[in-house]
Design a protein around this ligand. Sequence first.
Ligand code: BGC
Length: 246
Amino acid sequence: MQILGIDVGGTGIKGAPVDIDTGELLAERQRIPTPDPAKPKAVGKVVAEIAQHFAWNNPIGIGFPAVIRGGVAFTAANIHPKWIETNADALFAELTRCPVKVINDADAAGLAEVTFGAGRGYKGTILMVTIGTGLGTALFVDGKLYPNTELGHIELDGGDAEWMASDAARQRENLSWKKWAKRFDRYLGALERLLWPDLIILGGGVSKESENFLPLLTVKSKIVTATLLNQAGIVGAALSAQHLVK
Ligand code: BGC
């Protein structure tokens, strides 16, 4: 079964048709820079351009960096505030003329990792943390997603955890890996004390450089890095739209 998976990010919007039975991309990923300002219509046009590139007229799954409930965006931590209360499902469906399912981007990445990647075959509680401009989280119990956990926004050192411990924070403050790892470890420790996951999967761009910080983490839960890397968002978005296939 083929579904077009699209990952809307802060700098790029990426998409490819996905074989959702194997998790493989069926064509080369198409990437278009995220428009600035990333208002709903502008982002919608880019998504439609990606669908057109693949001459797509089947279901589309889209990972989006916000709380998505019933297709509607409810937050906008790192995106344009105009998205708040926009019906993203309806907007993208109108512009692409395809059935669309929008899901939180971290939830999408988690779905892909639990189905085809680092979390495959695990029972129990899995917490996926995506480390990028934001801190995204996805929580699974026995393979089932508890959607829209926004645990990147818990309090850490008196501030928003995302502001203190994301990869953007590391770059903004020019932190050494050691300094950033200490902070990120405090963040994971806080999550561990609340959730006691059996497995933590770390994803996002920096997971490729995990040798710089993984050995410095002290939490007790088993920690692994994501295996689908920058494809996870696309694959998981496609997986989330399975129910739209007739
Ligand atoms: C948003 C989440 C998103 C995460 C990763 C956070 O700022 O609140 O919804 O999953 O960034 O993009």
